[in-house]
Design a protein around this ligand. Structure first.
Ligand code: PLP
Length: 377
């Protein structure tokens, strides 16, 4: 079946008890046991809940994986994946990752004995040169947050597999979503999502997910999911499931709007540089077009007059809402250096203070362009 059909039906069937067409919100923490230890598939909702099961099955199918695991947030999902590493292990990560990911790596996992190196994963020479015998994990974002850099997932999977002890390749697919790219089919071992973003799609829920193929990885991660306990509640799972149903429709419009906005900004005298994966000026445009279905809904750009102009810009829009996060149906604007990426300030990952990031929504393009035009003026 095609993605648009799976987005609505994968992992979901009318409820066998009542015929409810939408997956019910099983708002229960515990389940009847017919005898001691004799349960009907569920015993306690940290371990499993039917609404969560539907979401996990749906995500697995959309990413063409064999299993999905849902978490309370994208960072909780990231945390569980990092727990596959042991003290002394090395992690190779992209040098343009979400600020909260960097904070988790540096301030939580480094003190526990993991070592991290950050490189431009768009540059395969750097990736190859930075691998060590003890590299257990490669962590990619593609496209990256906030510079929309694109890395070659298949080529990096191949480099990983050439190692004597191949590291796991984990791809944060939050920006692209499985509608635009499916890293597992390109050789990645794990896909991570902040379902808070495009999958939820309405800025009304926080959630995360991990999807993979290997049954042993599933077993370890499912153990960690339950043992650490950062699981989403059934209402949150329901909201993400509902959001996913319209993902292709939303993202088509978002990408159409974002491409038009990238064109507009490229030709604007107050804008120095525009980052958008499918724009002809993007350094990896060919790779992006090969690896992704569309350029997605995120655009970032540098103001010619730097930080002061960027601050003024983000505070001047009427329709674009000044807020963190992304991927919802409404358009958002923000200043990464001071907002989403404040936790990388002063590090080698620090973001240009004149950079503005847009999460483009599904409003009418004329209204979005008029808003940006007025704010730039
Ligand atoms: N990965 C990316 C690319 C993100 O943009 C974010 C949040 O902005 C996260 C992970 C973390 O997700 P959450 O905020 O759901 O914990």
């Amino acid at each position: 079946m095609k993605f648009e059909t799976l987005a609505i039906h994968a992992g979901q069937k009318p409820d066998p008890l009542t015929g409810a067409v939408m997956t019910p919100i099983y708002q229960t923490s515990t389940y009847l046991q017919d005898g001691v230890g004799k349960h009907r598939g569920y015993e306690y909702s940290r371990t499993g809940n039917p609404t969560r099961t539907a979401l996990e099955a749906c995500l697995a199918e959309l990413e063409e994986g064999q299993f999905g695991l849902a978490y309370a947030s994208g960072l909780a999902a990231t945390d569980n994946v990092l727990r596959l590493c042991k003290p002394g292990d090395h992690v190779l990560a992209g040098n343009d990752v979400y600020g909260g990911t960097f904070r988790l790596f540096e301030r939580v996992f480094r003190p526990y004995g993991l070592d991290f190196t950050y490189v431009d994963t768009a540059d395969l020479t750097q990736v190859r040169a930075s691998l060590r015998p003890n590299t257990r994990l490669i962590w990619l974002e593609t496209p990256t947050n906030p510079l929309l850099r694109v890395s070659d997932i298949a080529a990096i999977a191949q480099i990983a597999n050439e190692q004597i002890q191949p590291p796991l390749l984990a791809v944060d697919n939050t920006f692209a979503t499985p509608y635009l790219q499916r890293p597992l089919t390109l050789g990645a071992d794990l896909v991570i999502h902040s379902t808070t973003k495009y999958l939820g799609g309405h800025s009304d829920v926080i959630g995360g997910a991990v999807v993979g193929v290997d049954p042993q990885l599933r077993e370890t991660l499912a153990f960690l999911q339950n043992a650490v306990g950062a699981v989403p509640g059934p209402m949150d799972c329901f909201l993400v499931l509902r959001g996913i149903k319209t993902l292709p429709v939303r993202l088509d419009r978002q990408a159409e709007n974002a491409a038009a906005i990238a064109d507009f900004l490229t030709n604007h005298p107050k804008v120095a540089r525009v980052h958008y994966p499918f724009h002809p000026t993007h350094p990896q445009v060919e790779l992006a077009r090969r690896q992704m279905r569309s350029g997605g809904g995120m655009v970032s750009f540098v103001m010619a007059d730097g930080e002061t102009a960027a601050r003024k810009m983000v505070e001047s829009t009427q329709l674009f809402i000044l807020a963190e996060s992304l991927g919802g149906i409404e358009s958002l604007i923000e200043l990464p250096a001071a907002m989403t990426h404040a936790s990388v300030a002063g590090s080698s990952l620090a973001v240009d203070p004149g950079l503005v990031r847009l999460s483009v929504g599904i409003e009418h393009i004329d209204d979005l362009l008029a808003d940006l035009s007025a704010a730039l003026a």
